[in-house]
Design a protein around this ligand. Sequence first.
Ligand SMILES: C[S@@+](CC[C@H](N)C(=O)[O-])C[C@H]1O[C@@H](n2cnc3c(N)ncnc32)[C@H](O)[C@@H]1O
Length: 386
Amino acid sequence: MPENKDYRLVVKTLYGLEEILSKELLALGGREIKKLNRAVSVVGDLGYVYKINLALRTGLRVLLPLTEFQMEDVEHYYEELLAIPWEEHFEVNTTFAVDVVGRNEQLNHSSFAGLKAKDAIVDRFRDKVGDRPTVERGTPEVPIHIHIYQDTIRVYLDASGDSLHKRGYRLAAARAPLNEVLAAGIIMHSKWNGGMPVLDPMCGSGTFLVEAALIAHNMPPNIYREYFGFHFWKGFDEDLYEKIKDGLLGRAKEYEGKIFGRDLDDYALDAASDNIERSMFDDVIRLKRADFFETEPPSAKGLMLVNPPYNVRIAADTHKFYRDMGDMLKREYAGWTVMWITSDLEAIKSIGLRPSRKWNLFNGELECKLLRFDMYEGTKKIHKLR
Ligand SMILES: C[S@@+](CC[C@H](N)C(=O)[O-])C[C@H]1O[C@@H](n2cnc3c(N)ncnc32)[C@H](O)[C@@H]1O
């Protein structure tokens, strides 16, 4: 096991969520926080590593540094990796994989850098333990990350294992689902924390609904996960982990509000219903089969979270669709705040409403805009007068 001391951890996130992640890390007790590109670095000990894996909404992976060096040549790179006491970090019967980001003149291919690192790890185990661990490319128990930036090599243990967006509740899929970390980040951009009712009128597999319920209850989002990467580290402190988990659950709160999910597609609603049941929030989330254009709002005011078709993974005449959505918002949703994400930057112009804020985000490979619309009470009257 890595020693229990302070580490300068690197927490990966999605583009555009660095600020929110920094705030989360601070609120969870992190120190010396620095924003990076699609990542934030923070100082904390092993208990903090356990805590943030359970509690972060906008983190994807927590990386714990093992070593950093300036490489001279490929042989030196191998020797430095061989010098890491791998057998103290994990058992020989544990699966591992090496993931490399970046390259330099000598390590000009990430698979070559990965192969050399794997050789060093295997050779070290053979030498110290007399046997070698197995490489598992799919879901290794101990993922190892190597970052190459010019001659600087940084080696990390991935404390999360599987990406933290895999919360454990969303096993049923509908079309074009949102990444859970992105959904949580969008809700956090709205600053909603349980006040108004929430509606996702095109909820698909229900990602916004469950992430909103988790926020409203102040529940750690990864509480459904059985494992993190650190579970496979030698000397994993189960007592400390359980104590931290209980402490986080002790901060969960009651939520009296309602979260409404609608969609026209039965298949999507079935998936949402399955996921919601698994999340155990079926008491606060109400699902209904409904066409957005033909259904009234569920309450006088609220927060709408919407990820409509972009005409990429789900085909749509987005100009008309977005214009009709804009008209519907003006007519029926005075008093509502709307958070709307799309990659169709042209069709945004057809909405016919002025956003009060815009953010740049990525939904997978797709460059997106997140738009906030504040539908003031006057909007409805003015619309009728037109
Ligand atoms: C991009 S998907 C939403 C994915 C969702 N955010 C998730 O994480 O799974 C868009 C959804 O809009 C729904 N939809 C399309 N037109 C609709 C309409 N007129 N009324 C309600 N839902 C609609 C589709 O069935 C689809 O599930």
